[in-house]
Design a protein around this ligand. Sequence first.
Ligand SMILES: Cc1cc2nc3c(=O)[nH]c(=O)nc-3n(C[C@H](O)[C@H](O)[C@H](O)COP(=O)(O)OP(=O)(O)OC[C@H]3O[C@@H](n4cnc5c(N)ncnc54)[C@H](O)[C@@H]3O)c2cc1C
Length: 418
Amino acid sequence: MSEVIVVGGGAAGMMAAVAAAKQGAKVTLFEKNEKLGKKLFITGKGRCNLTNAADVETLLSNVVSNRKFLYSAFYSFDNTAVMEMVEEAGCPLKTERGDRVFPVSDHSSDVIKTFERILEKEGVQVRLNTCVRGIIIENGAAIGVRVLKKNSNHTASKVLPVRADAVIVCTGGVSYESTGSTGDGYRFAGESGHNIVKPKPSLVPFETKEKWVKDVMGLSLKNVSLCLKKDKKTIYEGFGEMLFTHFGISGPLVLTGSCYYDPERDGSIKAFIDLKPALSEEQLDKRLIRDFEENAGKNFINSLGGLLPKGLIPVVTEYSGISPDKKVHDLTREERKKLLEVLKHLELNITGTRGFDEAIITRGGVSVKDIDPGTMESKVIGNLYFAGEVLDLDAVTGGFNLQIAWSTGHAAGTAAGA
Ligand SMILES: Cc1cc2nc3c(=O)[nH]c(=O)nc-3n(C[C@H](O)[C@H](O)[C@H](O)COP(=O)(O)OP(=O)(O)OC[C@H]3O[C@@H](n4cnc5c(N)ncnc54)[C@H](O)[C@@H]3O)c2cc1C
């Protein structure tokens, strides 16, 4: 019977351990936290959007980095396979808007409990409070790990070697460090000769040069379009909901946009918000004429209530360059045109992103060029596998990142346990 060590008890690690055990291997899962799935617990605002019910091609189209690498893993163990596994183990699921899949209970803890049951059923030895300090490599192959075992009273600890036939590293990225993802896997991979694509925060809010955002912090805009541009090149274009914060902009639309922005490649960029995407410029102009007729006699600043949320009125007024006290019936065609331009292309200067502690995921990680896409085994070190966010793989929101963890974890466990 082969012995497999899994490092990290997040989504990828739990799945890898289950898959290896199902192959008949003796599996030990080391997790440095006091419990499994700390990050899983906070996913989907505590509800855990564990996958997406769309077809596999759609799943792949939502992967941002190294989509092709995932073909084999996604087709071998797809979203329906995860859903079946979780439901069969007693956690009913439901599908919501955008094909997002959640537990019926709306509690991420139920997904974690379900995996704990499956791990137990498959005979996986779970070692909590046990931090893996390094991978033991002999003659170009992994033969075990060095673990730091805390004593139950946490006052003393010792490093012990633990041998195995295969090691699967599922240590996650470096975002939300407090959940345990502290980048240890990057160190293991780097020390053993793997290439690391520089980790960067992704699915992360943007900081802006404009300070007025602070005045409207908390204001959420629904049904707006966002266009991110580096000079003339469009980096991202999307439609949805966004939010102003004390430092810049956030919300689902902005987080998705951040996946396509690379601070090193792109530097400062511009964001253009279309506040009225449902109306063409011509339609919006007609609407403005109508609004101004209805508000004849009013000051310009008091005529925009039907068009904009209150907080944005002073901002749009300032951008338009129109005097707030000017009577609307005195506005010139050029002034109306300028207003229209602001409403369709409200401009913000993006200076960068927030840090890892506000990033839903880490982009970058262990280069997939060093990994076999069918088995997740390293091409550099034998019997060493990587799965989940530690790899240079990431996707937009909607359950796709967890699907990456499940599929790659399953591929690694199946191969390592065989
Ligand atoms: C706030 C938030 C919400 C999210 N919501 C969603 C969502 O709804 N849907 C979705 O698809 N994705 C979501 N994600 C992304 C998703 O959570 C991750 O992509 C996914 O959890 C990655 O799984 P993983 O197993 O690779 O890594 P992690 O979940 O980070 O697990 C890694 C584990 O390894 C352990 N570990 C690390 N180093 C060591 C070591 N040296 N020794 C022992 N153990 C170690 C850590 O303690 C941790 O438990 C969200 C992320 C965040 C931060």
